[in-house]
Ligand binder design. Structure first.
Ligand SMILES: Nc1ncnc2c1ncn2[C@@H]1O[C@H](COP(=O)(O)OP(=O)(O)OP(=O)(O)O)[C@@H](O)[C@H]1O
Length: 622
């Protein structure tokens, strides 16, 4: 029922569903829609369409309309049964090959490839010619046995990639049985492809079966679209002007193919959670009155950026009126617990936010150009040239079949650098900057360590000398020693290249050492912003203080550290108070729980959003 509901929601699949339901209804209600039998020969031959015979009669005196109704029933059943059989065989074979690998995979792949290279139609014709049994099943079996190979190959490829995913390794390591891994981890992730395979096979089945029957190779005593065409051909229906006998089954096949294709769209969006909720791609943010002065004084100025995610429970606000200014050459640290909106803000600022996220309000100026206003082509021109991005899993974005040199060249060539000598010179320069020996330029990504790969990604991000780089936890996936040296290099690089960096991490202690300014986020809001030294020496927001206390001091005796008690609020919660109120050790009851404090500049360059910083409120507390 849920599936039907979901198919109904998607406009294309809704149309497919209606089309399919109509055809199924025609087939099911055939005995109600006509009082004749499809094999009844009691009428006048070659009658023209009339009220008694809406599609005329055949040369043998059968009612064509009655034949079409019963043919729809048989052809539809044939398509569904064969489609199901093909999908089952392909899935079982493809999954077995991918899951067990080794010899099993080699043998299955060899057999699949052999079936694939055999010319299908002559093979089907030969097999069908030798089957002497009549009825419905021979055609189903012939089509199923010759049609599974393509699907098996595609499903094997998909299962192979899934097999290498962490969640599958984790399931196997935790002792789950192969059947459970396949049923709960692999098949649900492949459902879109399996459904596509089913619909593709059903269309293939109807076309092949019709072809066979048209050639007289099926059981021509059955009434199907194929045998209708066969008899129309052998009775030379066109010479008798009875074109309906060809048009009706032809239209049936075309409509069934269309219905399956449209249903396939719906299945795809149901099985792929990313497609389930499509945010409007070019939803324009609500404009904010731009602070032109701020935009002028800063290289980047994000103003009142509000980002929401469409969820089944409605839109949730992940970043609320975020303001972030970055000066040329400045190193800004953006910190906060996991889920506070750091990445969302960074992605929104760099136009990398993907559905179901969208910017609901705000502007992001980069040298007076509002990035949120740019169309795709304008954006392509400024991305990498004016700003670039490095994130945690960046090292995995390197193409495994291209050398590092090719990937650096690609980035440069995409922005117009063509000269071979110039490309080489720039690649060598970049490798110098990121401290990797030039001979590694011709290595493939798998020949480099994680740290080196991340350095290469940084080199690509630097390739066009952008003015600002957003780095979202770029070192988190690396071990501590590599992290340290890479961070040092990033800090040096910023000075050498006079580049601005927005560095995102949940590790506040890292930022204190490297940043000029630190911005602290909590529950989608900026709650404190100050010079790094001030955040270190005089944090003002209770959240920042707790965040600082969760990391060990740079010097002094070792002591055990604890995380901040409690959890951040769920984004769907609609409290009007300070989002930190229920975890705050200094909460002012009645104040913090009812009003969300504004971000105020309490000292030059030090902004805090906390009622405790407003003198009157402090009196309330006292
Ligand atoms: N696709 C999504 N659909 C719905 N909510 C989302 C989606 N992506 C992120 N969110 C929500 O937005 C909020 C901010 O997430 P975001 O990833 O920006 O936080 P973060 O501070 O960068 O966390 P982390 O350090 O773990 O990356 C989170 O509460 C998260 O649940």
């Amino acid at each position: 029922m849920g599936l039907l509901k979901a198919l109904w929601k998607e406009p294309r699949s809704r149309f497919g569903l209606i089309l399919f339901a109509l055809m199924a209804l025609i087939g099911l209600c055939a005995p109600i829609l006509t009082s004749h039998s499809p094999t009844d020969m009691g009428f006048m031959p070659w009658e023209k369409p009339s009220a008694a015979h809406p599609m005329g009669t055949t040369g043998l005196g059968q009612d064509v309309y009655t034949q079409f109704l019963y043919a729809t029933r048989l052809s539809l059943t044939l398509a569904l049964v064969t489609g199901l059989l093909v999908a089952l065989i392909s899935t079982a074979i493809g999954l077995t090959a991918a899951f067990y690998g080794g010899l099993a995979d080699e043998l299955i792949s060899f057999f699949t490839n052999v079936v694939l290279v055999l010319p299908a139609l002559p093979l089907i014709i030969v097999i069908a010619a030798y089957i002497k049994v009549g009825g419905f099943w021979p055609v189903v079996l012939v089509v199923a046995l010759t049609g599974w190979a393509w699907g098996a190959r595609v499903l094997r490829a998909q299962a192979l990639t899934l097999r290498e995913r962490d969640f599958v390794h984790a399931a196997i390591a935790s002792g789950e049985t192969p059947a459970r891994v396949i049923l709960t981890h692999l098949i649900p992730n492949m459902s879109g492809l399996i459904a596509a395979n089913f619909f593709g096979a059903a269309v293939y089945a109807i076309l092949t079966a019709t072809g066979l029957e048209f050639l007289g190779l099926g059981d021509v005593s059955l009434i199907s679209w194929g045998t209708m065409l066969y008899w129309a051909g052998s009775e030379q229906a066109m010479l008798h002007d009875a074109w309906v006998r060809i048009a009706a089954p032809g239209l049936g096949i075309a409509l069934l193919g269309t219905a399956f294709a449209l249903l396939n769209f719906g299945i795809d969006s149901i099985s792929n959670p990313r497609l389930r909720l499509q945010a409007p791609v070019h939803k324009k943010p609500r404009p904010v009155s731009p602070d032109a002065l701020r935009a002028q004084k800063n290289l980047v100025s994000a103003q009142n950026v509000t980002v929401q995610y469409d969820t089944p429970k409605g839109a949730v606000t992940a970043v609320s009126k975020g303001n972030l200014d970055v000066k040329a050459g400045e190193f800004i640290g953006l910190a906060g617990e996991s889920g506070c909106g750091k990445s969302t803000l960074a992605f929104a600022m760099t136009r990398l936010l993907r559905s179901p996220g969208f910017v609901a309000e705000g502007a992001v100026y980069l040298e007076n150009k509002n990035l949120l206003d740019l169309d795709d082509e304008e954006l392509r021109k400024v991305r990498w040239k004016d700003f670039s991005l490095v994130f945690q899993a960046s090292m995995n974005v390197l193409n495994p079949v291209l050398t590092v040199r090719d990937q650096i060249y690609d980035a440069l060539q995409a922005h117009g650098m063509r000269d071979k000598a110039e490309l080489e010179k720039r690649a060598l320069e970049l490798f110098g900057i990121i401290n990797i020996r030039p001979q590694f330029l011709d290595s493939y990504p798998h020949q480099l360590s994680g740290g080196m790969r991340q350095r290469v990604v940084i080199a690509i991000a630097l390739a066009l000398q952008p003015k600002v780089i957003v780095m979202d936890e770029p070192t988190t996936a690396l071990d501590v020693v590599v992290q340290r040296s890479l961070l040092q290099e990033i800090a040096d690089l910023r000075k050498k290249m006079d580049i601005s960096i927005i560095f995102i991490t949940h590790d506040l202690s890292l930022l204190v050492e490297m940043s000029d300014r630190i911005v602290i986020m909590y529950a989608g809001q900026i709650v404190e912003e100050a010079k790094a030294s001030d955040i270190y020496a005089r944090p003002r927001h209770p959240y920042t203080k707790l965040l600082m206390s969760t990391f060990p001091p740079i010097s002094g005796p070792k002591e055990r550290r604890h995380g901040i008690p409690g959890r951040p609020p769920v984004l769907t919660a609609t409290s009007r108070g300070c989002p930190f109120a229920d975890r705050c050790p200094s909460v002012i009851p009645g104040v913090c729980t009812s009003t969300n404090p504004m971000l105020l500049e309490i000292e030059k360059g030090h902004k805090v959003a906390c009622h405790l910083e407003v003198p009157e409120m402090r009196e309330v507390k006292a």
